[in-house]
Design a protein around this ligand. Structure first.
Ligand code: PXL
Length: 270
């Protein structure tokens, strides 16, 4: 059997097992990729909230990243919670040419802040320029661009593209039957993707899962629209699986348990 594609996540942990490094590693595995991880922060977290955060230093994170990159054939890096401007600098310093999917995590599903104004400034000043693709939700996109909720999402996505990367601006209105993403490719062409919404409160970890799945599909050579469409199919299947779960007192985890290799929508390695 040929070796799997290798994906590295640079992200925070979630002790409740829903988001962050857990979501990324499970998603990588479910899609047949080998996952490596560099932990940026440890969060004491459950389905209700974030109770405590320990930030690792830039040296701690760089040591993990260097160890992985020196030994494993990493095909794509995906970032989640960076937590501090110093750790954001480690991401910007990744070797040029290595594909980089940046999920600009600023707020947890529970509403807790995971990135302050200094982290927002670091994304704007240098991380976005290094990114291949950025995958914000609307709240994150508004904070990164300074746009307002009345601005058309296409304009907000274009404003993010002006920082350098391709963009998948994910749109999820819990009351609407469909979600609409705005995709700006590397050349600035704007497209939209519509997909059915899954009505559930068990959605903790969906943003991480989407970006991790996108990273694997891009690493396998899919173009941005195909990769985003496949990543949405993966997240939607997970959300449908966990719709009736009763895990925890708050926003429960998206189902990381559902995926079987046969459900992998991407082409297996030759
Ligand atoms: O979904 C964003 C996210 C990323 N990383 C960590 C998180 C969360 C959301 O809760 O806890 C560690």
């Amino acid at each position: 059997m040929s070796s799997p594609v290798v994906a590295l996540t640079v992200a925070g942990t979630d002790s409740g097992g829903a988001a962050g490094v857990t979501a990324d590693m499970i998603t990588f595995a479910a899609l047949g990729a080998h996952g490596a991880c560099a932990v940026t922060a440890v969060t004491a977290q459950d389905t209700v909230g974030v109770h405590h955060v320990v930030h690792l230093t830039a040296d701690d994170v760089r040591a993990q990243v260097d160890a992985v990159l020196k030994d494993l054939p990493v095909a794509v890096v995906k970032t989640g919670m960076l937590g501090t401007e110093e750790v954001a600098g480690v991401v910007t310093d990744l070797p040029p040419g290595l594909p980089l999917v940046v999920d600009p995590v600023l707020v947890a599903t529970s509403g807790a802040e995971l990135g302050d104004a200094a982290v927002v400034a670091a994304y704007r000043d240098h991380v976005l320029a290094r990114a291949t693709v950025v995958t914000p939700n609307l709240d994150e996109a508004l904070r990164l661009t300074g746009a307002g909720p009345a601005d058309p999402p296409e304009d907000v996505a274009r404003a993010l593209h002006a920082f350098g990367p391709a963009v998948v601006l994910t749109g999820g209105d819990p009351d609407a039957p469909t979600c609409r993403d705005v995709v700006v490719d590397g050349r600035g062409a704007v497209r939209t993707i519509e997909h059915a919404a899954v009505a559930t409160t068990n959605d903790h970890g969906t943003g991480c899962t989407f970006a991790a799945a996108l990273a694997v599909h891009l690493a396998r050579g899919a173009d941005l629209i195909d990769a985003a469409t496949a990543a949405h199919a993966f997240v939607a299947a997970a959300l449908r699986t966990s719709t009736d779960w009763r895990l925890g007192r708050g926003r429960g985890p998206v189902a990381h348990t559902f995926a079987q290799p046969t459900q992998n929508p991407s082409t297996p390695e030759a």
